[in-house]
Write a protein of this length. Structure first.
Length: 331
């Protein structure tokens, strides 16, 4: 049977023996009456979420109602045993009516009789409470076990998510600190070519376009390799200063190698996701990799240029490491 979810709440139902017995109540320590009885109640829209079948939910709530009904009747008898007449006690709903218990007439021996009558009523009540609690005990234990198992499962899932997040962060940080990136843009309006220097071959790759040629790749060799975060800051700066949308062409091998490195460390990320982690969300998927979002024409030339992204290393306006790009990248 398919399991659903329901709200379960542990309620500590107060018996209030002294209050019900009123002025005729005389405590008897030998009766051993509990102050409260614990029951689990089904609460729609509240309580602790717990997996269970509809049949289990119905059985759990019925057991609680039966237990509380038996306790309610025992308390009504306890009230009458102390001289009360009109009484309605419903522990399941919390409703009740009592018209109070008058003070006993102080005839000779009245206190001794009051103590004896109250003690007898307390022992009867203790017996009924014990029976009701014992009948309910298997259901209470079943629900308590389910609650404990569910809490343990939630804790384990949360810890697994935290470990995965820490591992993901560690892998991304390690990859982001490697100095393997170079980019080139010879003049405004020309494509910005991006590649990795640690991959075999000097070409810019299929994703960078055939027009890049080997000359562009050789010019890149004069540029100091960048970390991924430094590259992100530099490309963001280029995009912010540009007068038209920037065409960033990523080497296809660089994209594939980056995804493979993440996957080898059990971090399944596409290249765009990896880049968003570094450069921010202001990049869209393009035919040759992530492309920066250009401000809409409605902003006008005099409107403030919004931030494209940023890594926290040097901000969108450049990076603070003092790197030189040998005239490439619009610097």
């Amino acid at each position: 049977m398919t399991a659903n979810w329901t709200g379960v709440r542990l309620e500590k139902v107060r018996l209030d023996v002294a209050g019900i017995g009123g002025s005729a109540f005389r405590p008897d320590p030998s009766a051993a009456l509990p102050e409260r009885v614990d029951v689990y109640r089904i609460r729609k829209g509240g309580g602790e979420p717990l997996p269970c079948t509809p049949a289990e939910r119905e059985r759990w709530e019925l057991a609680a109602v039966v237990c509380l009904g038996r306790l309610s009747r025992a308390l009504e008898d306890f009230y009458r045993a102390h001289g009360g007449i009109t009484v309605v006690i419903d522990l399941a709903t919390g409703r009740g009516i009592r018209h109070g218990i008058g003070r006993p007439r102080r005839w000779p021996g009245w206190e001794r009789r009051a103590v004896k009558r109250s003690a007898r009523a307390q022992h009867v009540l203790a017996l009924e409470v014990g029976r009701a609690v014992e009948e309910y005990r298997p259901v209470r234990a079943e629900i308590a076990l389910r609650v404990a198992e569910n809490r343990a499962a939630r804790w384990a899932a949360t810890e697994a998510e935290r470990r995965a997040a820490r591992h993901r962060r560690t892998v991304l940080d390690e990859l982001a600190l490697r100095r393997v990136w170079r980019f080139r843009s010879a003049a405004p309006g020309e494509p910005v070519l991006v590649r990795r220097v640690d991959l075999p071959g000097a070409g810019a790759g299929a994703g960078a376009g055939a027009e890049a040629g080997s000359s562009d790749a050789s010019l890149m060799e004069d540029q100091e390799p960048l970390t991924a975060r430094e590259l992100a800051d530099a490309l963001n700066a280029v995009a912010v200063r540009a007068e038209s949308p920037v065409d960033v062409r990523w080497d296809e091998r660089a994209r594939a190698a980056t995804e493979a490195e993440c996957l080898a460390r059990e971090v399944g990320l596409g290249f765009l996701e990896w880049w968003h982690d570094l450069a921010g969300p202001g990049w869209l998927p393009g035919p040759d990799g992530p492309a920066p979002v250009f401000p809409s024409p409605g902003q006008g030339a005099s409107a403030p240029r919004r931030s494209i992204g940023g890594t926290g290393m040097g901000g969108t306006g450049g990076f603070s490491g003092g790197h030189s790009y040998g005239g490439f990248g619009g610097h």
